[in-house]
Design a protein. Structure first.
Length: 294
């Protein structure tokens, strides 16, 4: 006999998973803490597994909880989309989205297009900045949601993708052979900057920076002209630039390996508007489709 999952139980589970706290989830859902606890317990009994590992001050997802979390988010998003379409519900309002410079014209471009076409009544504003600056903006309420890059294993939020950070240079360029190594980074608060420069220092490679002025087009032009190299996530590298690997002709000039970064979605723990939640769903689903198509 097939047993149906109650969407209200799934919403409670997702709220607890996102906040890591029964108390915070209760506030977001306008429920008592006891009611949230009972709903989580009921869902665990229905599924026959423990969804959370109880720690001293917070909750974390168990292995079974991790398996359920992504599926629950997708199911709830589909449920909400069907309801909105069939009942003629219109999403309106304003959403300010914080996006790192390197993602706005690459990974997130099709998501932004799809959202604005689906909900033309929503006034969308983009705030482009470095990930550390976006985290501050979200905390101050200057954006409603943000996509943030952080070294794998160090960030928070809902991880949407893991990307390798790679060295990038001009086609057949020689900038990577120069010492000090000319490095062009978009801004001095770039999330990549400490790890890139730290990797160079650990290898003993002298460096100098160019054009840290908050303009990714200037960085792209600088690299394209072979005046410098940069470091970007692999999926954001333009087709006319090269990902720099080992150079057999100049083995002594090899650049150090760079770490992977997590691309994560961040929302305030409570008070999110329908337009913001719908935008988050579009971002989540859009990046999932891109990952599956890769």
């Amino acid at each position: 006999m097939t047993q149906n999952l109650d969407t209200s139980l799934l919403r409670t589970f997702v709220a607890v998973a996102e906040s890591g706290s029964m108390t915070a989830a209760a506030g977001a859902l306008n429920l008592t803490q006891g009611a949230v606890s009972q709903q989580v317990k009921r869902l665990e009994e229905m599924l026959g597994c423990q969804l959370f590992a109880r720690e001293r001050r917070s909750l974390r997802l168990s292995a079974d909880g991790e398996r359920l979390f992504g599926k629950a988010r997708r199911l709830l998003g589909l449920n909400d989309a069907i309801w909105a379409e069939m009942t003629g519900t219109t999403v309106t309002g304003r959403v300010r989205l914080g996006v790192p410079y390197d993602l706005v014209g690459t990974i997130l471009a099709p998501v932004l297009k799809a959202y604005t076409e689906a909900w033309p009544q929503v006034d969308v504003s983009l705030v482009c900045a470095s990930s550390p600056d976006l985290a501050k903006a979200l905390g101050k309420g200057e954006v409603e949601l943000a996509v943030i890059e952080a070294p794998q294993g160090t960030g928070s939020g809902e991880c949407l993708a893991i990307e390798k950070l790679v060295w990038v240079g001009a086609r057949a360029g020689i900038a990577h052979l120069k010492r000090p190594l000319p490095v062009s980074l978009v801004t001095d608060t770039c999330a990549f900057r400490p790890l890139v420069l730290g990797a160079l220092e650990a290898r003993g490679i002298p460096w100098r920076t160019l054009f840290e002025n908050g303009n990714i087009e200037a960085t792209r032009a600088t690299v394209r002209a072979d005046l410098a190299v940069t470091a970007w996530l692999a999926s954001t590298v333009p087709a006319d630039l090269d990902i720099l690997g080992p150079d057999s002709a100049h083995p002594d000039a090899a650049l150090p390996e760079l770490p992977s970064f997590a691309i994560s979605l961040h929302l305030p723990p409570r008070g999110n508007s329908p337009a913001t939640l719908e935008f988050a769903r579009f971002i989540r689903d859009g990046l999932l489709r891109q990952r599956n198509a890769a």
